[in-house]
Design a protein around this ligand. Structure first.
Ligand SMILES: [Zn+2]
Length: 306
């Protein structure tokens, strides 16, 4: 049943409406949220497929699944990453405040609605610059609780971050702080939908439902992910501005010294930088947007795992 979690009149004679579809019933609850960043659309396909699957196979569902396809509906409808007009990253507004301005109020109401779920999955899609393999990102402080859940999701990689890099104003941090285990999925690229990644995650969500005792139907086979700490991840940044052409394929294994791409100067025909891998490993992040500046992130390699 579709419910409006939040409905607030806007100055332009429209309403800000954030909706969820509740499927099934019972005390156990899985929440699937996406669309916090209006330019990240990979989760739209997952929400659609999950809706259809759970409605077609309702007899297997033992519990409640809430699907929130658009936490930032104004961003999605205007192709804007943040909250339009405010230029505000919604994922820096949590946990919000009931007494605050609209964005803070919205954040607070969403936390209230999501808190208490057995698991929440927050689906992101990188940004328009970088393509990512399907992965779960976890803070080391919550790894003990979240890694066993993340392993059910059929994704390629579980990236455990050091606590120094934690952003306390994210939805996931706020929910985890309220003892609502929340998994952040990053996959694909902004403004596009990679259906194979969505299908992969969908199988993982069914597997997680079964793991939680919420699914009695057939469970697709799930691949174990690579699990890493920060020390196994190598970052490659641009030394100079220019146009980046990848010369290795995303999601492939690369050798130490292998060329991953070049930074070209279209004015002179010069190759300004040859970008080579510092280590053998999995090319799990690769720049898609060609224009780069000094310091732009070009690639990330997952080296030997712990
Ligand atoms: Zn995002």
């Amino acid at each position: 049943m579709v419910e409006n979690v939040i409905q607030i009149p806007l100055a332009v004679g429209e309403d800000l409406v954030i909706s969820k579809n509740r499927i099934g019933s019972g005390p156990k609850r899985l929440c699937v949220v996406t669309g916090t960043h209006g330019d990240e659309l990979e989760g739209q396909y997952v929400a659609w497929r999950l809706n259809r699957l759970l409605q077609e196979k309702a007899r297997f569902l033992k519990g409640t699944v809430d699907i929130y396809p658009a936490l930032n509906p104004l961003g999605i409808s205007t192709m804007t990453r943040g909250i339009p007009q405010y230029d505000l990253d919604m994922n820096r507004t949590f946990p919000g405040s009931r007494e605050g301005v609209m964005s803070e109020f919205v954040a607070s109401e969403l936390i209230e609605d999501l808190a208490g779920a057995d698991v929440c999955i927050d689906i992101h899609a990188s940004n328009i610059f970088l393509r990512e393999i399907p992965q779960v990102r976890i803070n080391v402080n919550t790894a003990e609780t979240l890694v066993p859940l993340a392993k059910r999701l059929n994704l390629d990689f579980v990236w455990i971050h050091e606590s120094a890099t934690v952003l306390e104003s994210t939805l996931a941090h706020s929910l985890n702080a309220r003892n609502t285990p929340t998994l952040v999925v990053e996959m694909g690229i902004g403004m596009r939908i990679t259906r194979s990644y969505g299908d992969q995650l969908l199988a993982g969500i069914v597997s997680l439902l079964a793991y939680l005792g919420m699914w009695t139907g057939p469970v697709p086979p799930v691949r174990p992910p690579l699990v890493s700490g920060n020390e196994a991840v190598h970052f490659l940044n641009a030394d100079c501005p220019g146009i980046f052409f990848p010369t290795s394929d995303h999601k492939t294994r690369v050798q130490a010294g292998q060329e991953l791409g070049i930074i070209a100067d279209p004015l002179t025909g010069e190759v300004r930088q040859r970008v080579c891998s510092p280590a053998e490993g999995l090319l799990f992040t690769l720049r898609e947007y060609p224009v780069v500046y000094e310091g732009s992130l070009l690639a990330r390699i997952l080296g030997d795992c712990i």
